[in-house]
Design a protein around this ligand. Sequence first.
Ligand code: SF4
Length: 267
Amino acid sequence: MDEIRPVRRRARPATDAAGFPAVTAPGARDVPELDAALVTCRACPRLVAWREEVARVKRRAFRDWEYWARPVPGFGPLDAPLAIVGLAPAAHGGNRTGRIFTGDPSGDALYSALYDVGLASQPVATHRGDGLELYGVRITVPVHCAPPDNKPTTGERDTCRPWLARELELLRPTLRAVVVLGGFAWQALLPVLAQAGWERPRPRPSFGHGAEASIADPATGHALHLVGGYHPSQRNMSTRTLTPAMLRDVLRRGADLAGLRDRPGPQ
Ligand code: SF4
């Protein structure tokens, strides 16, 4: 009789070890399990120190808030045909409220646009539990902790990559399009998609507002469509580098490519 060998699981490193995401994320069986592990992550010492410092000092307008001060997971349905990929949580936005793009000017612009194009149940996002629902779209980021000056290092981006790679891999059966907000997200996403099972596009597509690229999924034959758009940062919106109409246009295009606007429902 063959010897039955016990299955040896790779030991999970401590949450503050640099290898914690790379060992933990691939083993998550679904998105809730992934998110439960993600929120314990302390792999980037500079970002952990910053997210907690911001939560201690607070901003005067939010002094009564107990800040989230942890990694911020993606938000939206787990069978979404469309994803939106941004940069990272804002110090007094997602890092305060615990929901991505919630409670800061970028989120105000994004959720208002999502509502206008029929992808959100309400135009405002103030806190978790405010009743906001997304229709067919999940919002996520390549860096899950708020960085100083909204600038993660390339090392922090790479350390965080396994969380997004596994999230997109789990969304892959339904995912058909991604709206990518900003050049940082575009550069971060291409290797993530390769890690999650899509083909690596050659030549590498360039980012621009309205740029499009199509990436093959060798397993299913479905194409994944990427649509680039400027990030709705306060600066881009106030200088009108990105106008509300431009933001709505890229979201509409992403929804079209994802097949969302052909579906009956609350669009
Ligand atoms: S940025 Fe990502 S990898 Fe770094 S501590 Fe936050 S969740 Fe962990």
